[in-house]
Every structure is written in structure tokens, then in C-alpha cells.
Design a protein. Structure first.
Length: 382
């Protein structure tokens, strides 16, 4: 197939949608599909097999016309819109892409169903415009159970999870002691790691309060914050990051936290391996939509996260992760203590995470995506 991908994020922009689009494009290309990619003006690609076309500075109605011209030149069979509101600068125009491109079928991959900013007090119109995009698309891919429940009434919807955007395996010369030292942990410290940008949904404030409680109990805990601070798309992240900075000072935790900043895949991989526990206390629960959780699973980490909003049979408490109530520092403190006191439980969770890893293999994700595209094309030809 000749497949076009439209995404508001792409490297060197920092963000999960950009990383997802990169890996999906490369994996589909390796499976003998021809891939073209339309993305932001500052995107770059080192992959000569995937040619980039660039949008202007802003995502406007003219962007839709530019995509239509590009799709015609590329002679695309199908177009895949990688949708996340923040990645398109909260612009409403991208929601009308399927109508502008007809008869070319557009399959929209929803990374979330957040609503764009339209104007003050837009109310129900903000919800309508996202559902309008789903309804007008020839097919819809959702990456998580929560969004599938919302859109399952549509005629062509498929749940295909994201995979880890950190694919690099730990280097063969990996020395855990060296990387723990880089993380600010001494030999007998218990090293907690958090991976991902600052965002109000991540529960970092919950994590900090738990670290404070552990320190008052004389537990030698250190916290490693892996990755960039706020990312390229969501402008609300900076305000939340400032609040986190203030909370760290208020709780007097500066000396026990190490920040890596934006680092390479190799370094992320090594830091995840070096940590005793990866703590991801999402306010909205563990979910397939969370790339940081996928990375922790991919690396076979001992994971503490929060109870999903919907039943996810693959997430098995005390087998492949510990799950606690969201926004609950006391429960997080108890979960960390349980792992601190039991190396056997740590090992059990690591083994469980590794067993779960196959659920999110990129070759499977790409194959299922291509199969859905074929299904859409066949249904259009009938």
C-alpha cells in the first residue's frame, strides 16, 4: 500500500505522538509499504526511505489543502491521521481533514479524545468537533480501552495499542552501579524512577508526597526523573512543572531527586534498568495510551501504577505490576515499602512485565494497522 501519515509531532520535536509516528512509519516501511509523511515545519528525518512534507508554521485550513495536494502527488491509497489535539496546536481545522480529502479514505488514530480550544464557553461544541472527526473518518483506531468504549458505536473501530518508544536494549557493557551513581543513588539507596514529561495527569505531586513520607520513615529512597521537562506540544505542562518545582522546595526534597533532562534512548534504557522500581501514579489510571508505561513493560521493570478506569485483563496486580488508587500518597508509600522489603516481589513483577512485553510488539502493531487499512479499502470498493 501507499500510505500517508499526517502527524503534528515528529522528531526532533519531543513527544509521544512523534515517537509513535516515527516507529510506525519505519515498521510499515520495513514490511514493504510505501510511506509518506506530512508533519510540522521543524521536523526532520534521517530515514531516506521516508520522505517528509512540511506544514507551515500553524495548522490552518490552508494546511488541509496542502495535505490534499501532497496526497494527490504521492498517489496515496489511504491516509492515516495521528490525532492528538495538543500536537496540532489545539487547532480545530484538522478535525475536517476527512471531508477535504474525500474520496481518499482517512483513518484516524486517536491518541486521546481531548477537545481543542475553540473559543470561551464553547461547551458542547468542543465535544462535537472531536466526535465529528471520528464519524467522518473512514475508519478509527483507538490506542486504549477508555477511548474504545466511547467510540465503539461507530461502524469501523479497532483497538490497537501503542508500543514502547524506547526500543534500544540496554548496552552490553551496562554496569548497574555506574548508572545508579549517575542517578544519584548510593549502594544501599532504594531508587525510584519516573519517566515522562511533566503533566497534571501524571501524578508527580502524589509521587513527591510519597517520597516525603518514606523519608520521614527513614527509608533511604532516591527519585530519578527521566526525560525532558515539558515536551513540545502541551503548553499547560510548563505551568504544572513550575508547581512541581515549588512542591519540591516545600517538602525539602531537592537533595534526593536527580533530573536527567532529555536523554538518548540508550540512556533512558539504562536508567530504567538501573532503577529498583518505576513509579507511574497516573491520575486517570494505568492505560494502553501511556508510552512511559509501555517503556517500563518493555524493559521488564518492577512497576507501580494506578488502577485503570476500565477493566484491562492484561494488567494483573501483584503479577506484572502493583496497582494502587490514584491521587493517594499513602497507598503509593505502602506499595513502595512492600517492594523495598521484598526482593522476591520485585523479581516477580519484573518477570511478569517481561511476559507482558509481547502484547505491545511493534511488528504486531504495524501488521494489525496495515490489516485494518486493507479492511477499510476493501469496504470502500464494495
Amino acid at each position: 500500500m501507499r500510505i500517508g501519515i499526517v502527524t503534528g509531532e515528529y522528531p526532533p520535536m519531543e513527544g509521544g505522538v512523534g515517537a509513535f509516528s516515527t516507529i510506525l512509519a519505519q515498521t510499515l516501511n520495513a514490511a514493504d509499504h510505501e510511506i509518506g509523511l506530512f508533519t510540522a515545519s521543524n521536523a526532520e528525518s534521517a530515514d531516506t526511505d521516508i520522505l517528509l512534507a512540511h506544514n507551515g508554521k500553524n495548522w490552518t485550513f490552508h494546511s488541509l489543502l496542502a495535505i490534499k495536494r501532497w496526497a494527490k502527488i504521492q498517489k496515496l491509497d489511504i491516509l492515516n491521521l495521528q490525532f492528538q489535539t495538543a500536537a496540532f496546536q489545539m487547532s480545530p481545522w484538522i478535525h475536517f481533514l476527512p471531508q477535504v480529502l474525500r474520496p481518499l479514505p482517512v483513518v484516524t488514530t486517536f491518541h486521546d479524545l481531548r477537545f481543542p480550544y475553540l473559543f470561551p464557553k464553547a461547551g458542547k461544541l468542543r465535544d462535537w468537533i472531536v466526535l465529528h472527526l471520528a464519524q467522518q473518518s473512514a475508519g478509527v483506531i483507538v490506542t486504549n480501552h477508555e477511548d474504545y468504549d466511547r467510540l465503539s458505536h461507530l461502524p469501523r473501530v479497532r483497538l490497537i495499542p501503542i508500543g514502547s518508544n524506547i526500543l534500544t536494549d540496554t548496552p552490553t557493557d551496562f554496569d548497574c552501579h555506574v548508572w545508579r551513581h549517575k542517578a544519584g543513588a548510593a549502594e544501599h539507596d532504594f531508587l525510584l524512577a519516573h519517566f515522562g514529561f511533566m503533566n497534571s495527569s501524571k501524578g508527580v505531586d502524589t509521587l513527591l508526597h510519597a517520597v516525603f513520607q518514606l523519608r520521614t520513615q527513614a527509608i533511604p529512597v532516591k527519585l530519578l526523573m527521566i526525560g525532558g521537562r515539558v515536551g513540545a506540544s502541551d503548553t499547560t505542562n510548563a505551568k504544572y512543572a513550575d508547581q512541581i518545582d515549588a512542591l519540591i522546595l516545600d517538602l525539602n526534597l531537592t537533595d534526593c531527586i536527580t533530573w536527567t533532562g532529555y536523554v538518548s534512548e540508550n540512556e533512558v534504557s539504562a536508567f530504567l534498568r538501573a532503577a529498583d522500581v518505576v513509579t507511574l501514579p497516573f491520575l486517570d489510571g494505568a492505560s494502553y495510551r501511556r508510552g512511559s508505561l509501555m517503556a517500563a513493560i518493555h524493559h521488564g521493570c518492577a512497576i507501580i501504577s494506578t488502577q485503570p478506569q476500565v477493566a484491562i485483563s492484561q494488567f494483573e496486580p501483584e503479577k506484572n505490576m502493583l496497582l494502587i488508587p490514584p491521587n493517594n500518597p499513602e497507598a503509593l508509600t505502602e506499595a513502595v515499602l512492600a517492594l523495598y522489603q521484598s526482593s522476591a516481589l520485585q523479581s516477580k513483577l519484573r518477570e511478569g512485565a517481561l511476559a507482558l512485553r509481547a502484547e505491545f510488539d511493534w511488528k504486531v502493531i504495524a501488521a494489525n494497522t496495515a490489516d485494518f487499512f486493507q479492511h477499510i479499502l476493501q469496504s470502500k470498493s464494495i
